[in-house]
Every structure is written in C-alpha cells, then in structure tokens.
Write a protein that binds this ligand. Sequence first.
Ligand code: URA
Length: 435
Amino acid sequence: MTMYEIITQKKRNAELSTDEINWVVAGYTAGSIPDHQMSAFLMAVCFSSLSDRETADLTMAMAHSGEMIHLDLGGYSVDKHSTGGVGDKTTLIVSPIVASCGVYVPKMSGRGLGHTGGTIDKLESIPGLNTSLSFEKFIENVRSAGLAVSCQTGDLVPADKKIYALRNVTATVDSIPLICSSIMSKKIASGADGIVLDVKVGDGAFMKDIADAEKLARLMVNVGESVGRKCSAVITDMSKPLGRAVGNSLEVIEAIEALKGNSAKDLYEVSVKLAAEMLYTAGKGSAEYCRGLAENAVSSGAALERLRKMIELQGGNAGVIDDYSLFPQAKRKKEVFAAEDGHICGISCEKAGLVSMKLGAGRISKDAAIDPSAGIVFDKTVGDRVKKGDRLAVLYTSSECDIDGIADEFADIFHYGEKSDVPEEKNVIKIIKGY
Ligand code: URA
C-alpha cells in the first residue's frame, strides 16, 4: 500500500477499505505520511467525498489514534458540541443548567476557528480561570460541581489535532465527512454516555444550507449510535449572530445575564432546547418535562450557582458574576449608527465574525494572542425597525487596530428593507434523533 495509490483511488472516487483508512490515519499521526500527501488526500475527499462506511471508519481510526477515556463517574454524563458559530455562548449557559439538574457534563472544548468563536477563549477572559486541567482534576471537578470545561487533554485524538491544523490552511474544512470525523472522533474518545450535537446552519456556520446541515447531523448521529453512544442533533439557526454579544468577555457577560434571567429570545430558545435535549438523553423524563427542568434551573438561580462553583474550582475569580468590571476592560470603543430608515432584514453573520476577529477577539494567524475585551455588542438585530442615526452596535478593542476602518466595514453588514422583507425567525429548525 502506498499513499500515492490511496490518493489516486480517492481522486477516482473509489471506496477505500477499513485497512486502507486505518493505515492513512496511523501513518499521518506517526509522521510517516508527509503533509503534502495528506493535503492531496484531504482535497480528494472534498471533491469525491466518502461513503458513510468510510466516514465511520475514518472517525474510529481517528478516535483510536490516542487515549480513549473511560469516565467512570457513577452517573449519566452528556456532552454537547456545536459545529461552530458567531456569538455562540450556549455551552456557558447549557452546561450549568444540565449539571444543576443532576446530570454530569464533562465538557472538552476548543478554541476559536476562523470567524467562529471557541468556548476556551471565552472562559479564559475570566481572570485566573484555568482551562488546561489535568485529567484527574477534570474528573474531580465534574464529580464535585457536576461540570468542568477544559481543553482537550494531551493525548486525546492526536490525529485530529494534526489533520485539523492541515485542513485549516488547505481550504479543506467545509467537507461533511471531514467535519463529522473531526467532531465525532473527539466526542467518542472523550467518553460521555450521551452526545447532543448543535448543528449550526446559515451564513455564519460552516453549513450554509439546511440540506447539508441535515446530512451532517444524520451522519454524526449514526456514527455515534454505531458505537453505542446515545446521540441526537439539534439544527439551529446561524443566519445572524446568536444573542447580542460577539467576543470573549462580552459573551461570558451575556451568558451570565442569561443565567440571571435576562436573555435575548433567540439565545434563550436555543439554550433551553439544547439543555432539555441533554436532560432527555440522560433519561430525566419527557421532552416537555425536561424543558420545564431547564427553565426552572434558570429561574431558581440554581444554574448560575453551578457556574459560580465551576469558575471557583477552575481557579477563576467568581466575583465576575456580580461585578463585570472585574473582566479585562476594552481601552477603545466605537459606536456604529444606522445609515438609513427601515427594518433590519439581514445581518451578514460570517462578516460579523470576521469583524470581531479583526478587533482582536479571534486569531488572524495561528499563534496570535486573543484580546479578551474585544468584540461587538449589538443594540439592534434582524426584525428591528430603525431610524437613520439610531445606534446599531458598539465595537470594543484594546488593540491598535484601525477601528474606524473596521467600523465602516461593519456598517455594511446590515441589510435594510420593508417589514415584509424580514425573514420569519426560526431559532431551532429540526431535531434528529438516533434512538
Ligand atoms: N469543529 C471541529 O471540531 N471540527 C471541524 O471539522 C469543524 C468544527
């Protein structure tokens, strides 16, 4: 078997055997297959795709490339994973809700990718908070608070670490089988009993249309179920930023406000639906009963207290919950105003993510530092009626970026029209169950 032959087969859309897929993953992880051949293989997959059987084989080969975690918590555990979006702070809301209802949430999260944000970058805006927990400390915290959110431990799915970095620079990210194998290999290796996937669809997501989002959701659910995990996928809207804040500390503040009962409607709907789905997966009762549990966890303040405990156990200053001035404060801000009268009938979501990145909330290059204070807070969103001169949003940064130029670019992301041009709001689009 040679990599040249495998690339040629995939280029001609031939189906690879399980042994061939295992050989590619093992060889690339060990370093015997070079980046240039793996890049050609990934591009061939982008054009020819993989069958469902090949995708499942690739996922399992990647999952087994490193440590497979056995959680052994003595109670049901559920993990949740989003395919990536703009303003997506749901992990910070959903995990404490579910933990406060008696279900363990061992959450290994990632950093921002391209225009999309990452939970680890958001949490690191809390002074002192450690996101690099050892496996022992991670489990100890989950046992004690019901939840912990950490970066992946060192030897978890090394194949994905290498392949993802390569995909990021070879324009091979937005492939359904590659996204499925990347996400599900990590979820399967990290050991939770149940998995709820938040598959984002729309301009700000990797999946731009519902047919593709549904295909990805079904594929991920089938792969998870085929190895004995209880899986479901919630397809949610990412045609506009979720909630009102985009950026790290800004999103943590918005999540805390949501747990205090002050949430934007779209953020509340998506968060409660995901939390209820996780509780349902854990066997806590009917869908309706689980929704009630999730809502009660917010209104009673129980979920907020779980978040406080999680922050304390990870070494963070939990005082941020009561005093937002303890977060790093932006040195510069710029208000952006409506250019005309009308209804906002669209916001270019991917561009909003890119603007936030340019302000410093994301990484322009692989090793760039994050500005925890940077980002956007929207005053107006899709459906709102505005008059010329109304404030639309405030941009924040502590960097020396060209904030005026960025603000001009940002003003163009708003699309105006008549009331009849405003699309119907649908936050949760579909649920796909594997069980
Ligand atoms: N998130 C991942 O972890 N992997 C992908 O390929 C896309 C989103």
